[in-house]
Design a protein around this ligand. Structure first.
Ligand code: NAI
Ligand code: MG
Length: 500
């Protein structure tokens, strides 16, 4: 593990963005918060203040929702042809592509993640999401229904946009989470109030500028930067928001459900995970070690899908643990803006305390620290990639989402898939799982027994705009991406016509 924490220069384009005042986007205008308040945005690698942004709260959410309502009910957006909507969404993707390097730098600075990963995953994935979803604008159709009632009938369904959508997103993939939320909602004709996480508001603001440059009508996309307990809660409980889409902690997901009950707004939730990785003795070990290490260390483990419980068959357990340790040692810890960096800091002081708290509790409960286990340096929120052995199902580190680069490894000797599925499924979460084997029968049979929204075979954390994603159990409600996400943002209207 090499460490090099020095902040490289940022581009002139990014500097210009950072130097501008950062306001709320309401009805096509950048405006200060009604309260006049702002809050500081921090570089998690240096703890320096990068810039300040407007602190929106309930009063600003009211204005944004009213603007979104006007844009939804009348005006150019409501009348726009599907092909015109598609081309606006595609144009937004083109603008992201034109500014791809700048956006990657922005993510590295604001979130801490390695700039190379931000460019190849976050920015590229966001572009892909807008392009894929743009196609649905002209392809989403209803059906004609062959009814059996006596007489002559014409019965059909139409898919209509659900209306004004509130979208609350987390800090682990700030740009990509905004893209996952905006792209389908815009493609089907909704209007939006988006709230980025308070730790990482910058990508959404820059995206808002590009939304305007692309030419979306005023009020279609409104962006309120602010805190969860104020701005977020106001969106979730707002009586004129038709649907709320949330990604974040399971704890807040439950608050969203309660807040949404007031007007029974539609709710979709992408929440936490404690995803298992199961390694069989016949797995291609070199490939598996690289893949399983990346499953937990990628994005500093701040992935809802992080492969944080690793089960390796007794026959290969020692090799796997050695391999993970070697992979951890290869990581280059540093400032996210340094192109050499492969592991940046955690996002915030709160997250740093949370992860170090889990490391402490793991030690207290008797886990063996095979590698890592410590903070790095005395500035910035760095922690070492960590492998914990001698872990068991009763430990907090095995039961709770850590959201850091910490993997709990456990050997197994069972060969029957039901027993394996039982320990893989031994969690209140059900977001994802990976299976590492060359045996097709094992892979597909175990995939059926796993209670999770995504099962990967010989890979982990892979995704595609066309590939649905979401959780079983307490990992959430509904699916994002693919055609499944369109369910979130549309209502089905059934029309029955008696042909008299
Ligand atoms: P969080 O769930 O509090 O924050 C996510 C988003 O929800 C942010 O935009 C936040 O402002 C908003 N929010 C917070 N409280 C709210 C409320 N009462 N009403 C409406 N919106 C609210 O997550 P946090 O505190 O940043 O992280 C805590 C833990 O949550 C992490 O350590 C991790 O375990 C988990 N998490 C999971 C994520 C995922 O992708 N599934 C993403 C982020 C965090
Ligand atoms: Mg929170």
């Amino acid at each position: 593990m090499s460490i090099h924490i020095q902040k490289p220069e940022i581009s002139a384009e990014l500097r210009a963005f950072l130097d501008k005042p950062k306001k709320l986007l309401i009805d096509g205008q950048w405006v200060d918060a009604r309260s006049g308040k702002t809050f500081a945005v921090e570089d998690p690698a240096t703890q320096e203040t990068i810039t300040h942004v407007a602190e929106g709260d309930a009063a600003d959410v009211d204005l944004a929702v009213a603007a979104a309502r006007r844009a939804f009910e009348g005006g150019p957006w409501a009348k726009m042809l599907p092909a015109e909507r598609a081309s606006l969404v595609w144009r937004l993707a083109d603008l992201l592509e034109q500014h791809a390097d700048e956006l990657a730098q922005l993510e590295a600075l604001d979130n801490g993640k390695p700039v190379t990963a931000a460019r190849s995953a976050d920015v590229a994935g966001s572009i892909g999401m807008f392009r894929y979803m743009s196609g649905w604008a002209t392809r989403l159709t209803g059906e004609t229904i062959p009814v059996s009632s006596p007489g002559e009938w014409h019965a059909y369904t139409v898919r209509e946009p659900v209306g004004v959508v509130g979208q609350i997103i987390p800090w682990n993939f700030p740009l990509m989470m905004a893209a996952w939320k905006l792209a389908p909602a815009l493609s089907v004709g909704c209007t939006i109030v988006l709230k980025p996480a308070e730790q990482t508001p910058l990508a959404a603001i820059r995206l808002g500028e590009l939304v305007q440059e692309a030419g979306f009508p005023d009020g279609v996309v409104n962006i309120i930067t602010g805190f969860g307990e104020t701005a977020g809660a106001a969106i979730a409980s707002h009586p004129d928001v038709d649907k709320v889409a949330f990604t974040g902690s399971t704890e807040v997901g439950k608050l969203i459900v309660k807040a949404a009950a007031g007007n029974l707004k539609r709710v979709s939730l992408e929440l936490g995970g404690k995803s298992p990785q199961v390694i069989f003795p016949d797995a291609k070990l070199d490939h598996t070690i690289v893949g399983t290490a990346s499953a937990i260390f990628y994005n500093m483990g701040q992935c809802c899908t992080a492969g944080s419980r690793l089960f390796a068959h007794k026959k290969v357990f020692d090799q796997v643990v050695e391999g993970l340790t070697a992979e951890a040692a290869k990581l280059k810890i540093g400032h996210g803006l340094d192109p050499e960096t492969t592991m940046g800091p955690l996002v915030s002081s709160e997250q740093h305390q949370r992860v170090t708290g889990f490391l402490q509790s793991g030690r207290e409960e008797g886990a063996e620290v095979v590698t890592g286990g410590n903070v790095v340096g005395n500035r910035g929120y760095f922690v070492e990639p960590t492998v914990l052995a001698k872990t068991n199902r009763d430990m907090r580190v095995v039961r709770e989402e850590i959201f850091g680069p910490v993997v709990c490894v456990q050997p197994f000797e069972e060969d029957d898939l039901d027993s394996i599925a039982q320990f893989a499924n031994d969690t209140e979460y059900g977001l994802s799982a990976s299976i590492w084997t060359q045996d097709l029968r094992k892979a597909h049979s175990l995939a059926r027994k796993i209670k999770a929204g995504t099962v990967w075979v010989n890979t982990h954390n892979w995704g595609d705009a066309a590939f649905p994603f979401g959780g079983y159990k307490q990992s959430g409600w509904g699916r994002e991406m693919g055609k499944e996400v369109l369910e979130h943002y549309t209502e089905t209207k059934a029309v029955g016509v008696k042909l008299v």
